[in-house]
Design a protein around this ligand. Sequence first.
Ligand code: NAP
Ligand code: HSE
Length: 431
Amino acid sequence: MKKVKIALLGLGNVGRGVWMILNSNKEEIMKRCGYEVEVVKVLVRDKNKPRGVEIPNELVTTNFDEILNDESIKIVVEVMGGMEPAREYMLKCMDKKKHIVTANKMLLATGGDELFEKADDKGIMFNYEASVAGGIPIIKGIDESLTANKIETLYGIVNGTTNYILSKMELEGADFDDVLKEAQDKGYAEADPTSDIEGYDAQYKLAILASLAFGSKIDVNNVYREGITNIKAVDMKYAKEFKMGIKLLAIAKEVEGKVELRVHPTMIPKKHPLSNVYDSYNAVFIRGNAVGDLMFYGRGAGDLPTGSAVVSDIVSIVRSNVETENSNPVVKNNLWKREILELGNIKSKYYIRATVLDESGVLGEITAILGKHNVSIRSVIQKGDEEDGQVTIVLVTHKTFENKIESAIKEIKDLKSVHNIDNIIRIEDFK
Ligand code: NAP
Ligand code: HSE
């Protein structure tokens, strides 16, 4: 059996998963790709750290040059994360014509252009299946299996931490802060959860998916982002009354030639399959003009699920023959120039929760303003839970433009009878 030598940059959660899979499924992998995949070096920061896997000492190094200068290493797997030195190391390896596999969504979304260009220039393969939705084969799904389609819409639950928190809030009526703390205690959420709960992680992932889906390199700054920190238990309660759930949804749509891109908490009907994706699971729902609706579902994080995606990328490279230079240029996500639809011009239904004075005419004033801005109301709930002369009202609108809602809300906030606009959540009807 021929051998292909590879190196890992990083032996944390994902690196450990890759190591375990390459060892436990060695036979299967050999049969599937015709080569024995051998890890010959692993880069870490601290050689003495316990790794939770048995790995020969002589393989572990803190010196990147040992990997860079070893010509027998054909594939380098970057699973260290962060911007630097991951970016620098990958570029240097590409210069040496080493094929690259990475799971680094942040780097791909924010500084990926340089890496894609270098990979093209050097004619090496640059695979990144694990960067979005962990073990779900969504990158290859879009890039290989859906190439016959124009992708019309893509909706993703692509962050496990926030889906876990929102699931607990929905199913157990828990409060955001309590669930976050519990998730951190159990090690599901990171000690610094900002990237997850503020939606940055999902924003990176949507930029990667939309670039492939629409064949146009999406600048991550063109993806509108809102996190879930403003979602309260009471919003979950009202959502339930409207037969909906709340998810942190990554949305990409083609609208009249432009591309609409946004990540924010979204109310979705309970009857939609995405609404029933609970806990830390991820799912991506795609509509292609030939295939129709598709949903990909599975584990979006964790050592083995993410390792599964990384190893599949290694196998793809080996199968396409690692010895061949210029084997597979990676210009896949910048085929066309696309205009981005401004957030003000997106259309959605809206849930608006407000605290108002319990006086006659208040609802009339609000609905008059909405009417003036051509916003039509679908339902109104006013609860009899009066406190200090104030009550909660909840309005759900018909589909309208975001800029109309914005202008109406600005005026509503100025009403003396309106104490506070407590929350506004976009509702997705998947039409
Ligand atoms: P992690 O547990 O923090 O592991 C990072 C590894 O990289 C550690 O072994 C660390 O070495 C090594 N490392 C970091 N900086 C280094 C440096 N400057 N020089 C040498 N070694 C360095 O991270 P992870 O969770 O495995 O994530 C890795 C990547 O996969 C990230 O890009 C992440 O976004 C992505 N990802 C992760 C998941 C997941 O479920 N965790 C899912 C999808 C994608 P030491 O151990 O010696 O400190
Ligand atoms: N922090 C990410 C999540 C890990 O919660 O989904 C996987 O990318």
